[in-house]
Design a protein around this ligand. Structure first.
Ligand code: SAM
Length: 469
């Protein structure tokens, strides 16, 4: 393939040194047709139920029960109503290993330090079953917005979204989290198959620069882990300087952390201490996923555990709503819902009404994109429900629901932002496809005003047929 010829000679030379006879299959996998993965959102549907209704042929990812490889069909899975309903996230199979290795438990406090666009964060959220606290941070503001869309689409209700530097978080929250994920920016060699820009931007100098940044990030991340807590370092690159090299330097500087040897399926290779000068022998406990040994582009993981045991002080969030906002929200709940969300942690942030899982004293003063589940906004003493509320409600919790079969033309009309006809009682209506919410509409004189946020509308979408690539 043409792409293969454009790989930098130095990259090929380096990989040949490490992989030896495996270089052929490796390059073949790196340049072969790209097959994406699909991770079922277990907050909304279980994997077998999804598989039974999947419009796409799926084959299992060996290490992730909710993960599948998508066989090419011509249908664009990123533009399917089930995607809009948050039934799945398109994610590289090797990236799915992060949540399995970090293994967050319901009720824990978990931090994803570099979270956008949200693949690993939404996986962690699903494994935590929307309980405990998930802080998802992204340093770049534009990417943080995409993170917010994905967290919302997937129906995550216990996440705090931030746009901060790792340093500021470490200064504020030392020892606060049970588990921390650092999915570090890297030279992206694992992305070469689908990102020609990663190939063009590659150089040994860039690999070295990335390693410097990764060491700094991992150092900040370590400060955030409680004694006895867990830290997962991840990259999607093969360069030992950014992988074994970073973890080796970390182990030398942090004797209170040890490298854990996690259970590993057969496709998971070990780390290679011999690929870095004076590498700590414990580096064999790291995990390497290669594109020629299983589905996915390849990843590196190192699971670290901090010694000790000390439960951090974690104040619970109180409900703190001004009377005017509380009255407006309650009026909405009475009018539209059979079953309202719990009232703990209700707060007003700007004009937004949120349910925060974390006491505001912990996050005030930080750059907060969303302090919790966005329920809606207060406008002139009225409450308008937010898209994030719709996406995490069960239809049974709402009085008026327009639940459409997948092949009903109104599904696509709604996703394009068009109004819908129908004999409706004035008020809020939840629009859903096969029982999975898509968003709000408002009934007014028999018409349904479409309230799907513009950024979410699938404007170019005519029909499923038209969407064939
Ligand atoms: N975890 C994400 C997911 O699964 O969707 C992917 C994260 S991506 C590999 C790395 C992220 O690190 C990017 O979103 C990037 O904006 C962020 N980043 C870049 N420079 C950073 C820095 N100096 N500190 C913290 N994060 C940074």
């Amino acid at each position: 393939m043409a792409e293969r010829l454009t790989f930098p000679a130095r990259f090929l030379e380096r990989m040949q040194t490490w992989l030896g006879a495996e270089i052929g299959p490796f390059l073949q996998a790196l340049t072969g047709p790209y097959r994406t993965g699909l991770r079922v959102n277990t907050l909304k549907i279980d994997p077998e139920a999804f598989r039974a209704r999947s419009p796409f042929p799926l084959s299992p990812v060996p290490w992730c029960p909710e993960g599948f490889v998508l066989e090419a069909t011509g249908l664009r899975p990123g533009r399917h109503p089930y995607h809009a309903a948050g039934l799945y996230y398109l994610q590289d199979p090797s990236a799915m290993a992060a949540a399995l290795l970090l293994d967050p438990q319901p009720g824990e406090w978990v931090l994803d330090l570099a979270a956008a666009p949200g693949g690993k964060t939404t996986h962690l959220a699903a494994r935590m079953r929307n309980t405990g606290v998930l802080v998802a941070n992204e340093i770049h503001p534009r990417r943080a917005t995409v993170l917010a869309f994905n967290v919302e689409r997937m129906g995550v209700t216990h996440a705090v979204l931030l746009n901060e530097t790792p340093q500021r978080l470490a200064e504020r929250w030392a020892g606060l989290f049970d588990r921390v994920l650092v999915d570090a920016p890297c030279s992206g060699e694992g992305m070469f198959a689908r990102d020609p820009e990663a190939v063009r931007a590659w150089s040994v100098e860039r690999v070295r620069r990335s390693a410097g940044l990764q060491k700094a990030l991992l150092h900040e991340a370590a400060r955030l882990v409680r004694p006895g807590g867990w830290l997962l370092y991840a990259t999607c690159t093969f360069a030992p300087e950014e992988n074994e090299g970073v973890v080796d330097a970390f182990l030398k500087a942090h004797p209170d952390f040890d490298l854990v040897d996690p259970p590993r399926p057969s496709a998971f290779d070990r780390g290679h201490p011999e690929w870095v000068d004076g590498g700590d022998p414990r580096l064999v406990r790291a995990v390497r996923l290669w594109p020629h040994r299983g589905p996915g582009h390849g990843h590196f993981y190192a699971l670290l555990r901090r010694a000790g045991e000390a439960p951090p002080h974690r104040p619970r969030p109180e409900s703190d709503l001004p009377g005017r906002a509380r009255r407006a929200y309650k009026a909405f709940c009475r009018e539209a819902l059979r079953e309202a969300p719990g009232e703990d942690g209700l707060i007003l942030h700007g004009d937004g009404l949120y349910r925060t899982p974390m006491a505001p004293t912990l996050w005030r003063g930080l750059r907060v994109l969303r302090p919790g589940w966005w329920l809606g906004r207060i406008r002139k003493d009225r409450f308008e429900p937010g898209h994030a509320l719709a996406m995490a409600l069960r239809p049974e919790a709402v009085h008026q629901v327009l639940d459409l079969p997948l092949d009903d033309p109104r599904v696509l009309a709604y996703l394009r932002g068009e109004p819908l006809e129908g004999p409706w009682r004035e008020g809020w209506v939840l629009v859903a496809v096969e029982g999975f919410p898509l968003g709000w509409a408002r009934a007014d004189h028999g018409r349904l005003k479409n309230l799907l946020p513009t950024a979410v509308r699938i404007i170019r979408w005519g029909t499923l047929e038209e969407d064939r690539a």
